[in-house]
Design a protein around this ligand. Sequence first.
Ligand code: NDP
Length: 287
Amino acid sequence: VLIPLLGLGLAVYFYSGPGNFSEEMLRGKRVIVTGASSGIGEQMAYHLARMGAHVLLTARTEAKLQKVVDKCLDLGAASARYVSGSMESTAFAEEVVKEAEITWGGLDMLILNHIGHSFFDFFNGDVDHVRKLMETNFLSYVAMTVSALPMLKESEGSIVVVSSISGKVASPFTAPYSATKFALEGFFSSLRHEFIIENVNVSITLCILGYINTENAVRTVSHVIKGAPAPKEECALEIIRSGALRQRELHYPASIVTPTVLLRDFAPDFLDGLVRSNLRVENIKRA
Ligand code: NDP
């Protein structure tokens, strides 16, 4: 009885957070969104545009970014532009932040959302792949944060880190990806402490997402995961909302993520069994 009650209480806390959200909070704000050419990042760009924010979008595929920028301008963005390149390189990560500095002379919100391609399969021992994914999914987040911090301190802005339930609870077939997401929690939670100790008024919001219906996610995992994915449009809005409210953590969808996180500490073996039973393991073809 206690666990669901506690879960409900925490879900309400994480979901609603302090204060009330108004879309006006984003009007005129200068926001970088990474991984904005598709999926949740693309949807965040559209919400921000509709709210009247300035957006700087990034990913590798220029043609897709151009289309997203055009749509953002149609939706009412205060301004919209893109920089294309790969986050495998920390130099590129820094270049994106530099672009914001040159264009806007400041920054209010940094939304770190991109991920490099990985496999949904048994770990094949490819250490280079783990290193590359760490660079793309983790190190570039660190590099962008370091470069953006002077501007974020000035604006008393926000860092929004898009993570996953795989960064709280490991499941099979995601070893490299899961490692990068666990790393994000360790790094950004430590940094949050230091901000508080040093009175740095920059918020850090960690977004713990369950299965979301982006094209890439559905293509990669739908043959194995039994549950239905949650909508990317609503997910994107919740991420922006939690960042604007300076919440510590977002759980989306809360009905799945919050109980899972709670069970991790109360009943880890039971949870691991549940995780495996939610997968059609027979659909993973062993190499
Ligand atoms: P998508 O695969 O739809 O989008 C990934 C984005 O990252 C694209 O814009 C892609 O653009 C960009 N990208 C890929 N490789 C690189 C690279 N090397 N350098 C720079 N950009 C790159 O992802 P989702 O929208 O599904 O996921 C967004 C976030 O949500 C991620 O952090 C993910 O971990 C998290 N999440 C998603 C879940 C889901 O079920 N969808 C579940 C849990 C968490 P391009 O290819 O043009 O570079």
